[in-house]
Design a protein around this ligand. Structure first.
Ligand code: ADP
Ligand code: MG
Length: 279
């Protein structure tokens, strides 16, 4: 399979002196074209840093990132991002938000009527696909969280990116809406065959969506393990109830607990409460 993204010996530091943080330590990873990768790990292990670096929004200290064989050293239309907070323009309607594309705007003077027609057709198709027909003229503040996020995803897909980078996109949604979004994103993925890198702290979400789950660990931020998810991509919610699914979920949770120091903190807490009991 073709390699879409190649990350080699990537390191990233924030700050200097005593405040220096080794946010990414020797990250090496090849992501195949059309692969759905999920990054999971405790808070602070560098998931967002890695994603922003892939998106070209963050400089890296050393190492290489290649996308389609070209060095990544800034944002590009080949990589679209979706964040947890709905980064929609509040003064634009759903339709305008989706149609607003910086790439199209930059090239406005060179656009042919054919380009405009194609873009408009794609916008209509995405609106239909995301079930936003009845709210095309609404403003973001009038929408539920799920609808806002569907609009943000449609907007990201407008430019037909090679890679879709998502940072906890469903983190602010309730559990039920999140399940609907999972199946929607999987459906979209099957249609568009985009390469996806999806960050989450929710192990179940990571396992349900990904071909491979990359488990990260903190201090320094690094790849702890990589799980090849042994289920085909034809999945449904019942998969989450199977023993196989839950076994892998437990193993990942265990790795996260062991590497993040959560267990140590709990032990310390127990010791403290025992001490206070005896006072
Ligand atoms: P995650 O998304 O997994 O929670 P982040 O990538 O946000 O982790 O953060 C990784 C580490 O880098 C953390 O220790 C965090 O405090 C630090 N960090 C993130 N962003 C910055 C920044 N802009 N300046 C300094 N330190 C940062
Ligand atoms: Mg984060």
């Amino acid at each position: 399979m073709d390699t879409k993204i190649c990350i080699r010996e990537l390191n990233k530091f924030y700050g200097a002196g005593e405040r220096k943080v080794h946010a990414l330590s020797n990250i090496s990873l090849n992501i195949a074209a059309g692969e759905f990768i999920t990054l999971v790990g405790a808070s602070g292990c560098g998931k967002s840093t890695l994603l922003r670096t892939l998106g070209g929004l963050e400089e890296y200290s050393d190492g290489d990132i290649l996308c389609n064989g070209k060095m990544v050293n800034g944002p590009g239309a080949d990589r679209a991002m979706v964040f947890q907070s709905y980064s929609l323009y509040p003064w634009l309607t759903v339709s305008e938000n989706i149609r607003f594309s910086r790439r199209l705007k930059n090239k406005r003077e060179n656009l042919t009527s054919n380009d405009v027609e194609i873009a408009s057709g794609r916008a209509d198709a995405l609106i239909e696909l995301m079930g936003l027909n009845h709210v095309v003229n609404a403003y973001p503040s009038e929408l539920s969280g799920g609808m806002q996020q569907r609009t943000a995803i449609a907007r990201a897909l407008m430019v037909k990116p090679d890679v879709l980078l998502m940072d906890e996109p469903f983190g602010a949604l309730d559990a039920q809406t999140r399940e609907v979004m999972h199946d929607l994103i999987r459906y979209l993925y099957q249609l568009e065959k985009t390469t996806v890198v999806f960050v989450t702290h929710d192990v179940e979400e990571a396992l349900y969506l990904g071909h491979r789950v990359i488990v990260m660990a903190p201090r320094p931020g690094r790849i702890d393990s990589i799980i090849d998810v042994p289920f085909g991509m034809d999945r449904d919610q019942d998969l989450k109830l199977t023993p196989e699914f839950n076994q892998i979920k437990r193993e990942i949770l265990q790795r996260i607990r062991e590497t993040s120091g959560i267990k140590t903190n709990l032990e310390q807490l127990e010791k403290l409460t025992r001490q206070s009991d005896s006072i």
